[in-house]
Design a protein around this ligand. Structure first.
Ligand code: UD1
Length: 425
């Protein structure tokens, strides 16, 4: 692995308290799916508050390969998907970015025909797409999966999907998004039952509504979509990233520092705030879009990850780092993904006392963590290691930064502004 020697790492000198205000970026998971949603639109689309992230670059490359014209100006992205080819999604990129597969719904709805590679395996679990495929079949799509490629088409004179009643066996975020997009241009009414209720679903629905789609119930477990013939131009602002906001609140808790996060939607952070309070911190709403973390003596609590409005799996690793230094025994149960505890081994290297049994992690809080060289195993695990490094005694070196760069815009400069001793070398 000659290349590894030139990969950047983050050096963190821990044990310093932080202070100040962080402006939270646009939500990665929303921006990605809105970019997929823009494929529904045969006119100009403008997205604002799009974060600068590796995943967004990858999604841009995939859209470009389909023939989309993109112009990026800071955090504003202009998208022109007038003349595109729905069969040109490149395997090497789609396999690296699961969210890009969600474009299948938009492409099929608009063109009646799509060819898209299956998303690749993923470090945090098998992550199949059966719910996406079954939902599209219920809407009349013919789907053939061959050599890792999904070919779907709609027969009939107008090649339009048909509205359908779809019950999801599990409230999958991606499947709800795929089917919601597909249904916007379908013939008749689609009802998605046991739908995911994440804020990113509501954002997608609002984006589609702004383009002329007819959708009610987004944010509940029953979404009703009346198909329209065509969508129109839109100028839309992506919601703030609740996971980035949650990560910075945990940074305050773990370093015993007062930190304010602004440009947030506090309602989206309810399960995270509840757990921070259970652990002994206060979270005060300062303004309609601003939360202040006031640290307290850290004590153990139990956490189970669940679909929204339950505790987000995307905050599990960060809370694992926090509970590692919280007094007493905590249990974290990961119920959403089957292989999302790989950061435990790295936290153990820093002195955390954690045992794993199945999908449960038993954490015995220690007085302090010690800096060590650690390797990020996935996006949120990398955030957990940065948080642990900020709190640890001595120097932590985090490698595997390509994971971190997928989902955190300017994380070092935001942390440095708060007073962290951190640098990329
Ligand atoms: C999205 C988020 C991800 C987050 C996750 C859960 C994006 C780009 N990613 O991922 O950050 O961690 O929601 O909040 O928005 N499943 C199936 N069959 C399917 C689809 C999913 O069995 O067809 C399973 C998955 O394997 C997983 C569970 O359902 O165990 C949840 O997955 P899902 O909600 O679909 O997550 P994603 O949309 O992939």
């Amino acid at each position: 692995m000659v290349q590894d020697s030139v990969q950047p790492v983050l050096e963190i000198w821990g044990g310093h308290s932080l202070q100040g205000d962080v402006t939270i970026s646009g939500a990665k998971n929303s921006a990605l799916v809105l970019m997929a949603g823009s494929l529904l639109c045969p006119e100009d689309c403008r997205l604002r508050n799009v974060p600068e992230l590796a995943d967004i670059k990858k999604m841009s490359q995939i859209l470009t390969a389909l023939g989309v014209k993109l112009i990026k100006n800071g955090n504003t992205l202009d998208i022109d998907a007038r003349d595109i080819n729905p069969t040109q999604a490149p395997y090497d990129l789609v396999s690296q970015l699961r969210a890009s597969f969600f474009a299948i719904g938009a492409l099929l709805a608009r063109f009646g025909n799509v060819r898209i590679p299956l998303p690749g395996g993923c470090a945090i679990g098998a992550r199949p797409v059966d719910l996406h495929v079954r939902g599209l079949q219920a809407m009349g799509a013919q789907v053939l999966i061959e050599s890792g490629i999904v070919h779907a088409h709609v027969t009939g004179r107008d090649r339009r999907l048909q509205g359908a009643n779809i019950y999801l066996d599990y409230p999958s975020v991606g499947a709800t998004e795929t089917l919601l997009m597909a249904a916007t241009l379908a013939n008749g009414e689609t009802i998605i039952e046991n739908a995911a209720q994440e804020p990113e679903i509501v954002d997608l629905a609002n984006f589609c509504i702004a383009m002329g789609a007819k959708i009610t119930g987004a944010g509940t477990n029953k979404i009703i979509i009346s198909g329209v013939e065509r969508l129109h131009s839109v100028d839309y602002q992506v919601i703030p990233d609740r996971i980035e906001a949650g990560t910075f609140l945990v940074a305050g808790a773990i370093t015993q520092s007062e930190i304010t996060v602004s440009s947030v939607i506090p309602e989206h952070l309810v399960p995270v705030i509840a757990k921070l309070k259970a652990i002994g911190c206060q979270v005060v709403q300062e303004d309609s879009d601003c939360l202040r973390l006031i640290p307290g003596e850290l004590k153990a609590t139990d956490i189970e990850t669940l679909p929204y409005p339950g505790f987000p799996t995307d905050m599990q690793a960060q809370f694992m780092a926090l509970l590692s230094v919280s007094d007493g025994y905590s249990v974290i149960s990961e119920t959403v993904f089957e292989n999302r505890l790989r950061h435990v081994a790295e936290l153990q290297r820093m002195g955390a006392d954690i045992r794993i049994k199945g999908h449960h992690a038993m954490i015995n809080g220690v007085a302090f963590l010690s800096g060590a060289p650690v390797m990020a195993t996935d996006l949120r695990a990398s955030a957990a290691l940065v948080l642990a490094g900020l709190a640890a005694q001595g120097k932590t070196i985090v490698s595997g930064l390509h994971h971190l760069d997928r989902g955190y815009e300017n994380i070092e400069s935001k942390l440095v502004k708060l007073g962290a001793k951190i640098q990329r070398v």
